[in-house]
Structures are given as structure tokens and as C-alpha cells.
Design a protein around this ligand. Structure first.
Ligand code: GAP
Length: 457
């Protein structure tokens, strides 16, 4: 088990700076000084996030016949969140320091920094004067109706609309237990201390599955989902060795949960949660059945049993996974040229399926019209299938480096050989350069598309 306190702030600083410099992530409202805990994804960040969400959807919904998708509303009825317990209990205990006016999570004081003296924790400086902990509800409320008389909430998790629509999904689809409903979407929490870049934000996306089952199967399915989710992370490029499973002990889990695993990743700011896999029993359907006064039981035709299904919930954070992908991919490689001169190459080693740009396409010489024409044709033929980037600016070595820095796995260069100037056998071939090994190979233009399709999905 890695020491949870091992951190690498210098690495994190470089990652945050790269994210801004190359257009992955910006602070929301930066032009006006910035909105704390809220982030905008730039062109490359948007592609990366989309790749992750599409892959999750494909693996979770499209490639399984026991999980259906849904897309619920963000605005949530007050009654739904009263029944779920969020209105009454979704809160963090906070303490205020009367000296520096800072506000800190009471259960996190030892990892927070005192504003007066950042080298110590709040309460440890003689100047600190801490209040007793008070509960702060994390939900964001809004009003609508002509006079704003109706209260609604921006959902704090995507899960609740799944529970509320469980019966509609069941009745409108020919599906039997066990089955899941999956959803990807925005959630909002008024986090008191947003921190660690996008890790703890006030607006974020979740990728959640509520898997409904017979009560006898809950514990087994929780373990199965844990394995499925661990394999998913491995497939997208987060190795098992960097993941930690925190089997939450009795007494620390939510009172209704019989088992909860937190899947944690070794971020540069410490080992922190990526996803929770929780066995929530029949708590959720139970509270909504009671709150709405409508039956949500399931009738098993075979056994003639009527019961309230239990739920296993793998709940992942999309933004946290994007951040983990970037942290995992970030590498600085020292290269030595023939003259012994050292140079550092920054490279994001994304798996091709996650990479925001799949192929860089370059004419060797911008002034050579024939090279430009062929490169543009290649661009046109590939961009129907994948994200490509055309670049003719500066030396080709520099162009490779620019693509390395944003994680493009392949670059295609059209050169004089392509035009047949160095022999007929090289005519209509291009160079493919591999990001990780920097090796180059020659390939027929016609073979490019199938070769790439096999590697980038
Ligand atoms: N439905 C269960 C649920 O929402 P959670 O542990 O509160 O459980 C699930 O959230 C996941 O959502 C977390 O593991 C994390 O990845 C993500 N998440 C939660 N709060 C977040 C925040 N403030 N910023 C970014 N991601 C967050």
C-alpha cells in the first residue's frame, strides 16, 4: 500500500500548467477573476472527456444486454431529495476560524492549511480561534415559476433520477432482474473547500450505474462490479498498480450500505477516491416507495415472489477520471542527441482510444503544393472517422513535439518519397511516426485508414 501522504506538488504544478497552455482545462470565468471550484474544458479537454464518456457508455450500456441507459433532468423536485435524505442530511460538518475567517471541514482539519500560518493545520496556531462544527448543506437550490415560488435543486448526484424512474424503465422495457440503469451527467455540490484542480469541484460529471438485483445476490454482485470497474480503468490506461481498493469498514459506511469499496488512484496530491462501488440494499427504492406512496416492488414471474430490489451502485467521477488520465499520461523524457546534448521531451502517453487527437498530419514542406494537396486529402479522408490535426508550421521535429505534448499517438508525414521522387516503390507512401517509441515506418496511403481504425478505438 502506497503511503497516502506521498505527494509531488512540482509534478502537479506542471500538469496544471500544461492543461492551461495546451487548452485542456481553464478556470471558469477566468477573464473576470475566476469562479472558485468550477472549470471549463478547452478543445483538447472536451475531446478527452468525450472519449472517456463514450468509452464508458459503450462498455457499460451498448456492449451489455443487462444495462439500459437514461438521461435524466438536472433540475430535481424537492420531494425527491427530501425522500432520499439529501434535503435533511446531505451536509458536511464545518468549523470557522474567527481570526483568519477561513472555513474548514471538521473531519479534514489535519489535511487543511491554516490561512494565518499555512505550515500548520487550523487550530494548531495559537492565533486560531475555531468555532464548534456546524452542518452546511451541500446542495445548490434554485427557484422557478412566475414568482419563483417553486423550489428545485440542481441534482447532487445522477443516481436519484434513476431510482425515481426505475419503475418506468422496468415497465417500458422487456427486462428482468438483475439489470442496471446507467447515466452520465452533471451534478452540483456547494463544496466548501474545492481543491486539487478539478478533483473537488462544485460542478462535475458523474458516470453512475444503479444495478437492481435480488437481495440474495447483492454482495456477490458488488464484488463482481468492483472487478469490472477495475478492468475498465486498466483498459483506459490507469494501471492496477496505481489503484487502491479501500474496503470501507463497518461503522464508517453509510448506515444502509452493507459493503462499500472506494477505488482510489495515486494522484500527485495523494491517494484519493475515483469511484465508489456500494451495495445500497433496498434503501433507495424503499425511501421513494414510502415518500411517493406508490409501490416499487418487483414481481418475479418464475418464483412468484414479490420484493423490493436491492441496488449495487458503481459511481464514478468523470472529471476525476479525466484528471487521473492526464496525471497518469504525463511524462518528461530526457533525450540525448548524437552530439551528447540533452533535451527534455514532454509527452502525454494516453492510450490511443483516449487521446484527444488521434493523428497529426503534416506536409514536410509547406511550400510544396503537391505535398500540401496530398496531406489535405489524407486529412479529409481520415477526419470522417477520427479527430485529426493538420499542421504545416515550422520544422517537422517541432511539430512532432507539439503533438507529443498533447498525447497524439500517431503522426503522418507526406514527403518527397510520397511524390515518387526517390523511386517508384515509395510513391504514395507516407511516414507514420509513433509517439511513445518515436520510431517511424513507411505505409501506403491506402492502408492508413484500416491500420489506424484498428488502433484508435
Ligand atoms: N450516488 C453516489 C454518489 O454520488 P459520491 O461518492 O458522493 O457517491 C461518486 O460520488 C463519485 O463522484 C466520486 O467517487 C467522485 O468520483 C465523484 N465526485 C463526487 N463529488 C465530487 C466533486 N465535488 N468533484 C468532482 N467529483 C466528485
Amino acid at each position: 500500500m502506497a503511503n497516502k501522504d506521498v505527494t509531488d506538488p512540482a509534478r502537479m504544478e506542471k500538469i496544471v500548467s500544461l492543461c492551461k497552455r495546451r487548452g485542456f482545462i481553464f478556470q471558469a470565468g477566468e477573464l473576470y477573476g475566476g469562479l472558485n471550484g468550477v472549470w471549463d474544458y478547452g478543445p483538447l479537454g472536451a475531446e478527452l472527456k468525450r472519449n472517456l464518456k463514450d468509452y464508458w457508455w459503450r462498455k457499460t450500456v451498448q456492449e451489455r444486454d443487462d444495462v439500459l441507459g437514461m438521461d435524466g433532468s438536472i433540475l430535481t423536485m424537492e420531494q425527491v431529495l427530501v425522500s432520499s435524505g439529501h434535503v435533511g442530511g446531505f451536509s458536511d460538518p464545518m468549523v470557522d476560524c474567527k481570526t483568519c475567517k477561513g472555513r474548514f471541514r471538521a473531519d479534514n482539519l489535519e489535511t487543511s492549511q491554516c490561512k494565518e500560518k499555512p505550515s500548520v493545520c487550523p487550530g494548531q496556531s495559537p492565533k486560531c480561534e475555531l468555532t464548534e462544527p456546524r452542518q452546511f448543506n451541500l446542495m445548490l437550490q434554485t427557484n422557478f415559476g412566475a414568482t419563483g415560488e417553486q423550489i428545485a435543486y440542481l441534482r447532487p448526484e445522477t443516481a436519484q433520477s434513476i431510482f425515481v424512474q426505475y419503475k418506468n424503465v422496468l415497465d417500458s422495457n422487456r427486462i428482468k432482474l438483475p439489470f442496471g440503469i446507467a447515466q452520465v451527467g452533471k451534478s452540483f455540490r456547494n463544496e466548501i473547500n474545492p481543491r486539487n484542480f478539478t478533483f473537488r469541484s462544485r460542478e462535475f460529471e458523474q458516470m453512475e450505474i444503479e444495478y437492481f438485483c435480488h437481495p440474495d445476490d447483492g454482495l456477490r454482485l458488488t464484488d463482481e462490479w468492483l472487478e469490472t470497474r477495475l478492468s475498465f480503468y486498466e483498459e483506459i490506461g490507469i494501471p492496477r498498480t496505481k489503484l487502491h481498493i479501500n474496503d470501507i469498514p463497518d461503522g464508517e459506511r453509510a448506515f444502509y450500505s452493507k459493503k462499500t469499496y472506494d477505488i482510489e488512484y495515486e494522484f500527485p496530491f495523494g491517494v484519493q477516491e475515483l469511484e465508489g462501488v456500494a451495495y445500497r440494499t433496498d434503501y433507495d427504492l424503499g425511501v421513494h416507495q414510502k415518500g411517493a406512496g406508490k409501490p416499487l416492488e418487483y414481481f418475479d414471474e418464475e418464483t412468484k415472489q414479490k420484493f423490493l430490489p436491492h441496488v449495487v451502485e458503481p459511481s464514478a467521477g468523470c472529471d476525476r477520471t479525466v484528471l487521473a488520465l492526464i496525471c497518469e499520461a504525463f511524462d518528461e523524457e530526457t533525450l540525448t542527441d548524437e552530439k551528447g546534448k540533452e533535451d527534455v521531451r514532454t509527452v502525454l502517453r494516453f492510450k490511443p482510444a483516449m487521446a484527444p487527437i488521434k493523428v497529426g498530419i503534416f506536409p514536410l514542406l509547406k511550400k510544396n503544393e503537391e505535398q500540401v494537396r496530398i496531406a489535405r486529402d489524407i486529412q479529409k479522408s481520415l477526419q470522417k472517422w477520427m479527430t485529426v490535426f493538420y499542421d504545416d508550421g515550422g520544422a517537422v521535429g517541432r511539430r512532432y513535439r507539439r503533438q507529443d505534448e498533447v498525447g497524439t499517438p500517431f503522426c503522418v508525414t507526406v514527403d518527397f518519397d510520397t511524390l515518387g521522387e526517390n523511386g517508384a516503390e515509395l510513391k504514395d507512401t507516407v511516414t507514420i511516426r509513433h509517439r511513445d517509441s518515436m520510431e517511424q515506418e513507411r505505409m501506403k496511403i491506402d492502408a492508413l485508414l484500416p491500420w489506424l481504425l484498428e488502433r484508435v478505438r
